[in-house]
Design a protein. Structure first.
Length: 170
């Protein structure tokens, strides 16, 4: 086990923690504005609970390595521009764009955890690999849900937007 591999691993774990914080913020903003898409709002609220659990689990890996928590790498800053379609100013078709962006963000998380699983296995850290595998399964489930429900969200939006006097965007 090289010291360099462990440093990389810990950097990536810290990135994952920042990513989960960013996910929570984006999901909370989207859920708070949804009024006419109850299935989407409910699933987002469920994933907010999962996301908070992910933060705790990822923090447990950081704590187990007893690293200084002085400054987490700010992955949230790197991806905040990406999240603007979810967390930014409300646009007319935000619910559709937000659902698409949410699906893409889930795949960013899936890829990140896939890499962390490989790194943890490289370091013979089976506990971390198990944690990241559990988190990845929840991210895969959310990505599958968003893809499966994207046609419904799109259809609901189009019907609402074509109906005079009916608000479609949230």
């Amino acid at each position: 086990m090289s010291h360099n591999s462990e440093e990389h691993f810990l950097d990536w774990v810290k990135d994952a923690h920042a990513m989960e914080k960013q996910a929570e913020s984006m999901l909370e903003k989207m859920a708070s504005r949804l009024e006419h898409y109850p299935d989407l709002k409910l699933r987002i609220e469920q994933h907010i609970v999962e996301t908070r659990e992910h933060q705790t689990l990822v923090q447990s890996v950081i704590d187990r390595y007893s690293t200084s928590q002085s400054v987490l790498k700010d992955l949230a800053g790197k991806i905040s521009a990406f999240g603007q379609s979810i967390g930014g100013v409300m646009v007319e078709d935000e619910v559709v764009k937000g659902a698409i962006s949410g699906h893409v963000f889930e795949h960013l998380e899936i890829a990140s955890y896939t890499s962390l699983i490989a790194a943890a296995q490289h370091l013979n850290d089976h506990e971390s690999a198990d944690i990241f595998s559990r988190i990845r399964e929840q991210e895969i489930a959310m990505a599958d849900w968003t893809l499966t429900h994207l046609p419904d969200v799109t259809e609901q939006y189009l019907v609402r937007s074509a109906t005079p006097g009916v608000e479609a965007k949230k």
